[in-house]
Write a protein that binds this ligand. Structure first.
Ligand code: AMP
Ligand code: MG
Length: 334
């Protein structure tokens, strides 16, 4: 575990009292009952905690206070206020914040807890900071499956806003060391739960009140799987009608040029392989798309750290989770 190298890991967590966080900012703690209780105390006091989920590490803060939501933006250095995804421990907690229709209940029953985010009408009087949905009448909700995130949500008893725990526009973190390298002491506490399992951000689905639906951000749950549950295909018409700010053209940037669809590397390129394209490292030697998604950001981090000035990436089939991988790669190359 990365955290073995970090002296703060062995600090006692008993210093956390009702008075607020007792660790130096940026402390990494192995996730266990004591550190989860410490994280809940930091969050209750309006602080930020990086928490592993099944997708990527999230930068969590309580979603019911403008000041704590602002702390997320400050830590990430986000230039503008995009809406954030709000995380809840179960459907009951989600229904206190948003209006669920039959389709939303079907999707939640099929995919929660898991890597699906639903954009739904915000419930009137919902205890959410205005900043969390950036003035939209809707709110994006997810019930994550990761045991550490679940435990944190239950320990603090608050909905948590949690975008990826990296500086704005940079590569998303899939391990605690990525969070530390990107945010350092800009985050109050980091819970180390090892490598994330799925590795790319959740699928975001928008449901229109009067019928249609659209994938607003591709992710681990495919459009086919969603259409199978809803008994209806997504439509571009609906996508155009659902406001989804913040899907920026340049994102996940490794800080050097990225070339896509490369079958071999030039002398100055670090090659990320897939299938029969071997590369300096590979997303998946067996061409397994789920493995490729799980390894995507770690491979981009490796390319960013390599002395060679450019990154090249093998072609990835544009089907299933490959759609989400290619979405991230296009933004990394933009
Ligand atoms: P994340 O950075 O993973 O928290 O994801 C935030 C993204 O979710 C935003 O940039 C939007 O694209 C999308 N999103 C969040 N809330 C909404 C909303 N109310 N309506 C539409 N899209 C949203
Ligand atoms: Mg992000």
């Amino acid at each position: 575990m990365e955290c073995s190298a970090i002296a703060h890991c062995i600090m006692s967590t008993t210093e956390i009292s009702g008075q607020g966080p007792a660790y130096p900012a940026g402390t990494i703690l192995a996730a266990d009952d004591a550190s989860i209780a410490a994280a809940a105390a930091v969050l209750a006091h309006g602080g930020t905690v990086a928490v592993p989920t099944e997708t990527v590490y999230g930068l969590a803060a309580r979603a019911d206070q403008d000041a704590s939501v602002a702390a997320i933006y400050r830590a990430k250095g986000r230039p503008d206020f995009n809406p954030l995804i709000v995380h809840v421990p179960d459907i009951a907690a989600a229904e206190r914040l948003a209006l669920f229709d039959d389709r939303a209940r079907l999707l939640a029953a099929a995919f929660w807890p898991g890597a699906l985010t639903l954009v739904l009408p915000r419930r009137e009087g919902a205890d959410l900071a205005a900043a969390v949905s950036a003035g939209l009448p809707t709110v994006a909700l997810r019930c994550p499956a990761h045991l550490v995130m679940q435990a944190v949500l239950r320990a603090c008893g608050l909905p948590l806003a949690a975008p990826s725990a990296n500086r704005s526009g940079a590569i998303s973190p899939t391990r605690a060391a990525h969070v530390a390298a990107s945010l350092g002491d800009r985050v109050d506490l980091v819970l180390d739960g090892g490598d994330t399992r799925q590795g790319i951000e959740s699928t975001i689905v928008g449901l229109r009140v009067d019928g249609g639906w659209a994938v607003l951000r591709p992710g681990p749950i495919t459009p086919e799987a969603i259409a199978a549950v809803l008994g209806m295909e997504a439509s571009d018409h609906d996508r155009a009608k659902i406001e989804a700010p913040g899907q920026l053209a340049s994102h996940y940037a490794p800080g050097k040029p990225v070339r896509l669809n490369a079958s071999e590397a030039a002398a100055d390129e670090f090659l990320i392989g897939f299938g029969h394209v071997a590369g300096d490292t590979t997303l998946s030697a067996t061409a397994d798309l789920a493995e490729a998604a799980a390894r995507l950001y770690a491979c981009l981090h490796a390319g960013a750290a390599d002395p060679r000035p450019r990154i090249a990436i093998a072609p990835i089939p544009d089907a299933g989770i490959g759609i989400a991988i290619n979405d991230r790669l296009r933004r990394a190359a933009a």
